[in-house]
Write a protein that binds this ligand. Structure first.
Ligand code: UDP
Length: 342
């Protein structure tokens, strides 16, 4: 197969490029490098089956030669990134998705959209299955990402229904692993980088909010299965083992052996209280389920960050917890006063 991967130099995109090259596919990687990095794809830029196009897919997309599949992953994806790039996030979810869909239509190619658990917003149904329509603010700070992805799903389905494009949608839950940026502001990368730097781990709120963390190799196997299938989805891809943020902090301290303190900060606006995928559909349709435990995955990311120590220590100043959402540190007594939404 010859596959276009938008966002191919990003964290997930670069792993998808690698997985497809490994099985013998030809890969065209399109990325504007706004949050992706050339270092993520450096290992395969010499591979004759790999082409890199530096392009903002929101402004236009022309790919010479026939394509069998298009995987549209391009978007800022960590909360600090999409807060920093709000218009770009909306543009790539809307115009970027349409440009990618047009390329798929021209080639009669399979189109797979990387959607997100953010579709469910701050969910009132738990765990989240694909029938749940979500609880999303259309105007809050997260809306630039959530609504862009909701629009992208609507657009993909419209291209499927009205233009016959072979569309598949995956909803990706929190994923972590090597090639995450130490300063991307996500909880797993931040906690590990903070632990390795000997800085306090910055818990937002009282740490009782939950996420379910999927290791990158598992997630990529799911995306590849979706590329190979003709299911439209949407299909949840994530690890259903749910943890509180507090538990994650303790696991990170344990695995790294760090003596970092834990510091409590204000909870971000509209931060979902809990999140856990129902993956029955992925099991039934794709025969997919995660294999790597959170502990094992965390160890892999710790090893990766240890082998990129310069980058991790350079990130120290920008993962202080005093970023856009987190606000200043609170004294340990205060977080209990921050009531979680019912
Ligand atoms: N979080 C935290 N400390 C951090 C970064 C994030 O406590 O330094 C919390 C955040 O408030 C959220 C959870 O961890 O409840 C997951 O945040 P992340 O940004 O990784 O992903 P998302 O909110 O998009 O699921």
């Amino acid at each position: 197969m010859r596959v276009l991967i938008t966002g191919g130099a990003g964290f997930l995109g670069s792993h998808l490029c690698e997985a497809l090259l490994l099985r013998g596919d030809t890969v065209v990687c399109a990325d504007d490098l706004s949050t992706g990095r050339l270092s993520n794809i450096a290992a395969f830029t010499d591979n004759p089956k790999f082409t890199f196009l530096q392009v903002d897919v929101s402004t236009g997309l022309t790919v010479p030669g026939h394509l069998d599949a298009v995987a549209h992953l391009a978007s800022p994806a960590s909360p600090p990134d999409y807060h920093r790039l709000p218009l770009e996030t909306l543009a790539v979810g809307s115009r970027g998705t349409e440009n990618a869909l047009r390329v798929a239509e021209e080639n009669a190619a399979r189109f797979v959209l990387a959607s997100t658990s953010e579709i469910y917003g701050d969910p009132t149904v738990h765990p989240q299955n694909e029938q749940y329509w979500g609880n999303v603010s259309s105007i809050g700070p997260r809306s630039v990402y959530d609504e862009a992805k909701r629009f992208a799903e609507a657009l993909a389905m419209a291209y499927s229904r009205s233009r016959g494009v072979n569309v598949g949608i995956v909803r990706i839950f929190n994923t972590f692993g090597p090639r995450m940026r130490a300063e991307d502001g996500r909880v797993v990368s931040s906690f590990i980088a903070q632990a390795l730097n000997g800085d306090p781990l910055t818990i937002y709120g009282d740490g009782q909010q939950t996420r379910s963390f999927c290791y990158v190799d598992d997630l990529i196997r799911g995306i590849v299965a979706m590329i190979d299938s003709s299911e439209s989805g949407p299909v949840n891809l994530g690890n259903p083992i749910e943890r509180t943020v507090q538990e994650l902090a303790e696991m990170v301290l344990d695995i790294t052996g760090s003596e970092s303190a834990i510091e409590f900060h204000q909870r971000p606006v509209d931060d979902p209280a809990r999140r856990r995928p129902d993956i029955k559909l992925a099991r039934d349709l794709l025969g997919w389920q995660p294999r790597v435990s959170t502990e094992e995955g965390l160890q892999h990311l710790v090893d990766y960050f240890r082998s990129h120590a310069g980058e991790v220590s350079a990130a120290a100043g920008s993962i202080s917890g005093a970023q856009f959402e987190g606000g200043p540190a609170l004294s340990p007594q205060e977080p209990s006063a921050l009531a979680l939404p019912a």
